[in-house]
Write a protein that binds this ligand. Structure first.
Ligand SMILES: C[S@@+](CC[C@H](N)C(=O)[O-])C[C@H]1O[C@@H](n2cnc3c(N)ncnc32)[C@H](O)[C@@H]1O
Length: 184
């Protein structure tokens, strides 16, 4: 979907031009718990969908996992490659719209995770397609960790008419503000 591509591509370009990252470099605590809970053996292959600037993929690759990490944004993946080179780790980076990922990745995985990406998709149809794609990427008995925004109680719907309009957002790690598409 072009709209998701532009929303994040433009955001990352603006932020990276300033020498900043949009997200932190710290891995997601729940992901670390998940890996520990299933005691995923080092060397296993894990797939991430919606990797952003790669904080989780880079962390797991540094630990010794084989990571395939996907994002729709070319700029995000360019930054991921730069950071991977700095940290001297190898990751299989893939630029793809998750909704059409099966056209690019034909095989299946035992382990898949996705952090903060489901809620970015503003249309219910897209969310369904996203979930179906992740499911089809899983091997039988494979495990999926899906982390999304929300408190699990309050139900909210995105106003899709204004979802891609630019809004002023504070950058979390600097004093700066940026005009970015809000998405959900
Ligand atoms: C909120 S960010 C989370 C990034 C990362 N998981 C993290 O937690 O740091 C959502 C990411 O999903 C990506 N994304 C949005 N729509 C996508 C799609 N249709 N296919 C693949 N990635 C998508 C965006 O480019 C963005 O990097």
């Amino acid at each position: 979907m072009k709209k998701y591509y532009y929303a994040y591509e433009e955001r990352y370009k603006k932020i990276h031009k300033e020498g900043l990252l949009w997200f932190s470099k710290k891995p997601t605590p729940e992901l670390i718990d998940w890996v520990e809970y299933f005691n995923i053996p080092l060397g296993n292959e894990i797939c991430e969908v919606g990797c952003g600037e790669g904080r989780d993929a880079l962390y797991l690759a540094t630990q010794g996992y084989e990571i395939t990490a996907v994002d729709i944004s070319e700029e995000a993946i360019r930054k991921c490659k730069e950071l991977a080179e700095e940290r001297k780790v190898k990751v299989n980076w893939v630029v793809s719209d998750a909704l059409y990922l099966r056209e690019k990745i034909k095989r299946q995985f035992n382990w898949i995770y996705s952090v903060g990406t489901l809620h970015i998709l503003v249309e219910n149809e897209d969310r369904k397609k996203f979930l179906k794609t992740l499911y089809s990427l899983l091997k039988p008995k494979g495990k999926l960790l899906l982390i999304s925004m929300g408190d699990g109680e309050t139900e909210r719907a995105t106003d899709t008419k204004i979802a891609f309009e630019l809004q002023e957002r504070n950058h979390m790690w600097s004093e700066k503000t940026f005009r970015v598409a809000s998405t959900s």
